[in-house]
Every structure is written in structure tokens, then in C-alpha cells.
Design a protein around this ligand. Structure first.
Ligand code: PCA
Length: 320
């Protein structure tokens, strides 16, 4: 009788063993990336009958966007999401998706990610991290407060930046780079801290930029990705069936996220227009200037990153 009771108690405690993870992100709850993460978390909880519960901590509340990789590496949060380019200080190849005018479509972005992922996996593994999935932002366009005719229009203006690529581009245009987190763009515009920015249409919509900024040019500059990743020790501490459930839900989240990004790209550009912004192409002369700027950027980048840049871009250009 006693033995029976003990066995029953043990079974009950196994059934109730619950692991909780915190997943930190620097983006808002209503961002399509965060919505996708929320669904990922709920699928994991369902598939594991509650054995793993992932609590999403959005909006830089747990850690700031740029600190999230380190925090997860140090085990201060089990999981996180950040924009991959925020890792370039330690992992230069993470910047491959912010080299301007290389990726022209979601299909290109997919090819680039397939080539980039093995290197990202390797660098994350060396830091005790593991990538779960990546989802691109919609293509990066140019927001300006006045119509643009040429690169000279940016001289002496303030351009908002969110990573090293945007900082370098601002410099190349003769603008002063102003670092503004995505969730503070609206405020920075209202207080006149910035005149222009390169980002996605959806970021413009989320920050309701139409009150301050009138022009959006779809220059399709690059498709930066957000990466969702975990602390490897935390992952390996999970029972194999739970690990499998996480991996399967991550694959679904990646597929869903890419489709969502593409849908959001079209919707948001329409929304900017409905809100009275002028959505246009840049004039041909400026387009040519941008192209030259992109080439200069690429040369500098390949030189700085070295061999791993070739590992990605040689097949990228030759296996079309
Ligand atoms: N939005 C984020 C990153 C790229 C994007 O489209 C931002 O502007 O910070």
C-alpha cells in the first residue's frame, strides 16, 4: 500500500514538472515578430502539455535589445530575440543581411539565410547558444521629411540608425547618425531629434510616423532578420520529447513568420499611403548614387569580415 502511494506520488510530480523560460525581446507586443513568438510559445506549451512554459517579455523590459544575446549567453534569461545585426560586434557574419542592395526579394532573403545559418549556428554554439529560427523584417525603405533629389540633401541632417550598417550609410550620406531604438521612433520624431531613417514600412506604421514625416521611398535596401535563440544548457536540460516539440514549433514559427512578414510589407505600405504619406520611387540620379554607395559598403564589409563573407556571397551570387 505504502509502495503504491509512493509510485503514485512520483508519477504525479513527473506529470506536473514544469519548466518556465523567459524569452526577452526588444520589440513591442503588437509587433508581428512578437505575435509570432507568442504563438510559438503557446504551441510549445500545448505540445508539451504544459511541461515547458515560455513567458514572453517584450519591449526591452527584461533586457535592452542590444544586451539580449549576452543575457541569454549568461543564463540571465533562457531565451531571447534580437535583430541579428546587433551581434556584429562579436559575430561579424551576423551583418550579412544588412549589406545594402544585395537581397531584392523574400526569395533572395531565403537563399541568404540558408547560406548564413550554418555560420550563425557555429558562432552561437561557441557561445553556449542555439538558434531556433529567424524571420526577416519587411524590406528597408527610406523615410524623409522632405522630398529627396540627391545624396546632397542629407548633408547636415540627422538620420536615425539602429545598427552599424545604418550608421555607416548615414555617414556616407553626410548625415549625422542618431541612434534611436525602434520603440522610441515616434518620440524622437515628435521632439525633432531625427529627419530621416531607413527602416521597414511596418516600423513606420507602428510608430505612426505620418504626423511628422511625409515621404516613403521603397528602395528595398535589405531584409534584416530577427533571430530567436536559447541558452544551450537550458535547452539540453529539457527532456528529449520537449526539445523535439520546441524544434518543431520553431520550424513552424519560421515558416509562419516569413509569410507574415511578406503580408505585413504590402499592408503597411498601403497604410502609409492611406495616412497621407507620399509613397514613391527615388529619382534615377539618386538611385545611381545609392547603388554606388551600396557597392562601396559591400567592398568595405567583405574586407572587414574576411573569409566568411565569401562562404556566403560566392554561392549566393553563383547559384541563382
Ligand atoms: N525595424 C526595426 C529593425 C528593422 C526594421 O524594419 C527598426 O527600425 O529598428
Amino acid at each position: 500500500m505504502k509502495l503504491f502511494l509512493l509510485v503514485a506520488l512520483a508519477a504525479a510530480s513527473v506529470a506536473h514538472a514544469q519548466t518556465r523560460w523567459q524569452l526577452a525581446t526588444g520589440y513591442r507586443t503588437e509587433s508581428f515578430h512578437t505575435q509570432n513568438i507568442a504563438q510559438f510559445a503557446s504551441e510549445v506549451e500545448q505540445a508539451t502539455a504544459g511541461a515547458l512554459r515560455i513567458e514572453v517579455r517584450p519591449n526591452n523590459t527584461l533586457f535592452k535589445l542590444a544586451e539580449i544575446r549576452q543575457a541569454v549567453q549568461d543564463g540571465k534569461a533562457e531565451a531571447g530575440e534580437t535583430i541579428m545585426t546587433s551581434m556584429v560586434g562579436e559575430i561579424p557574419i551576423a551583418g550579412a543581411d544588412a549589406v545594402p542592395f544585395v537581397v531584392h526579394s523574400y526569395r533572395d532573403a531565403r537563399r541568404l539565410w540558408d547560406l548564413q545559418r550554418p555560420l550563425i549556428d557555429k558562432h552561437l554554439a561557441a557561445r553556449g547558444l542555439q538558434a531556433l529560427y529567424a524571420v526577416p523584417w519587411p524590406p528597408q525603405g527610406l523615410f524623409t521629411s522632405a522630398p529627396v533629389r540627391s545624396a546632397a540633401d542629407f548633408q547636415g541632417t540627422r538620420m536615425r540608425t539602429y545598427n552599424q550598417s545604418t550608421q555607416r550609410i548615414a555617414q556616407m550620406l553626410g548625415a549625422t547618425p542618431v541612434d534611436v531604438p525602434m520603440v522610441e521612433v515616434n518620440q524622437a520624431l515628435a521632439s525633432r531629434r531625427m529627419d530621416s531613417m531607413i527602416t521597414s514600412a511596418v516600423t513606420g506604421v507602428e510608430n505612426r510616423v505620418w504626423d511628422q514625416i511625409g515621404f516613403y521611398y521603397g528602395i528595398n535596401a535589405w531584409f534584416p532578420k530577427n533571430l530567436v535563440f536559447v541558452n544551450r544548457q537550458a535547452f539540453e536540460a529539457l527532456p528529449p520529447t520537449v526539445r523535439e516539440a520546441v524544434t518543431r514549433a520553431a520550424a513552424r514559427a519560421e515558416a509562419r513568420g516569413w509569410a507574415l512578414s511578406e503580408a505585413v510589407a504590402t499592408e503597411s505600405t498601403g497604410e502609409l499611403q492611406r495616412r497621407g504619406m507620399r509613397v514613391d520611387r527615388v529619382p534615377a540620379t539618386f538611385e545611381a548614387e545609392l547603388k554606388r554607395l551600396g557597392e562601396k559598403f559591400s567592398r568595405e564589409w567583405v574586407q572587414a569580415v574576411g573569409n566568411e563573407a565569401n562562404v556566403i556571397f560566392v554561392p549566393y551570387y553563383f547559384q541563382r
